[in-house]
Ligand binder design. Structure first.
Ligand code: CP
Ligand code: NVA
Length: 311
């Protein structure tokens, strides 16, 4: 059966550990796996803009022996002239995997339903699971426990828009790894009930927990990782959201918050807005590992593709 990666829980806890281990191996020996030798092609569609995702998939597919086909917004028939099922049925005769950054999660699900090759979510309105894989690799490297999967039992506190793609993926991906995830967000911007329920159910198996709060100080106490994301996600800006009079101001990651943690590292998926969701002194300070995190997109996605293609 073809495996897809549309959301964080598409890998079981054990499978997640396997992919993270493989990412570490590929980081140490970048050309040691060649599942796309041929070269086979991977189609990488973008309905939204990107720097890291585009470059890391292009470089990663090449390093795996394959050839990336980057399709930018508006360049294909998909979504305008041709349905998702027909697109899937054409592509899977020519490419070995389909990577897609888009708006609706339901589009990815429809693509996967009709594709005989793996479909990977490169960010949707609801989830950004490839980013969380890279973040987990980074946490292991810089703050890992050295036991088990290196992550279980650690506390990760996310600040800002608790209802966006990153927050959802931290909730599910973090709990999948057995972590204690705290989401600090204002009322009206907290995770949907369905995400909370799914994380709680998952936590019963992994030992992870999800806590929602509107108290930024409380969320930072004893945390090993502080993380945030833009207050206005792609697609929301054109829908009229702006961050000038923001309900998120109280949730900016500051040195004061960092000082409440347990020697915490700072993560941000980037692009970042200094003086908005994070103080410049934090993202440019000694606890920030955001550029290692960006690099780990490459290693994590190579591991994911290698794993999916062998499953
Ligand atoms: N973090 C991330 O996905 O970056 P891009 O939007 O540049 O791909
Ligand atoms: N929440 C952000 C993540 C960017 C990588 C967005 O969707 O724009």
């Amino acid at each position: 059966m073809t495996r897809h990666f549309l959301k964080d829980t598409d890998l079981s806890p054990d499978e997640l550990t396997d992919v993270l281990d493989l990412a570490g191996q590929l980081k140490a020996a970048p050309y040691s796996k060649r599942p796309l030798e041929g070269p086979q092609t991977v189609a990488v569609f973008f309905d939204k803009t990107s720097t890291r995702t585009r470059v890391s998939f292009a470089a990663g597919v090449s390093q795996l022996g394959g050839s990336p086909l980057i399709i930018n917004p508006g360049e294909s028939q998909l979504g305008h002239k041709e349905s998702i099922p027909d697109t899937a049925r054409v592509l899977d005769r020519m490419v070995s995997a389909i990577v897609w950054r888009t708006f609706a999660q339901s589009g990815l699900e429809e693509m996967a339903e009709h594709s005989s090759v793996p479909v990977v979510n490169a960010l949707s309105d609801d989830y950004h699971p490839c980013q969380i894989l890279a973040d987990l690799v980074t946490i292991r490297e810089h703050r890992g426990t050295g036991e088990g999967n290196g992550l279980a039992g650690l506390t990760m506190s996310y600040y800002g828009d608790g209802a966006n793609n990153m927050a959802n993926s931290y909730a599910l991906g973090g709990v999948n790894a057995g972590m204690h995830v705290r989401i600090a967000a204002p009322a009206g911007y907290q995770p949907a009930d369905q995400v909370v329920a799914e994380a709680q159910e998952l936590g019963q198996r992994t030992g992870g927990t999800l806590t929602i709060t509107d108290d930024p100080l409380d969320a930072a106490q004893g945390a090993h990782v502080l993380v945030t994301d833009t207050w206005v996600s792609m697609g929301q800006d054109s829908a009229g959201r702006d961050d000038s009079a923001s309900p998120f101001s109280r949730f900016q990651v500051t040195e004061e918050l960092m000082n409440l943690g347990d020697d915490p590292i700072f993560l941000h998926c980037l692009p970042a807005y200094r003086g908005k969701e994070v103080a410049a002194s934090v993202i440019d300070g000694p606890a920030s590992v955001v550029f290692d995190e960006a690099e780990n997109r490459l290693h994590a996605q190579k591991a994911l593709l290698t794993w999916l293609l062998s499953s």
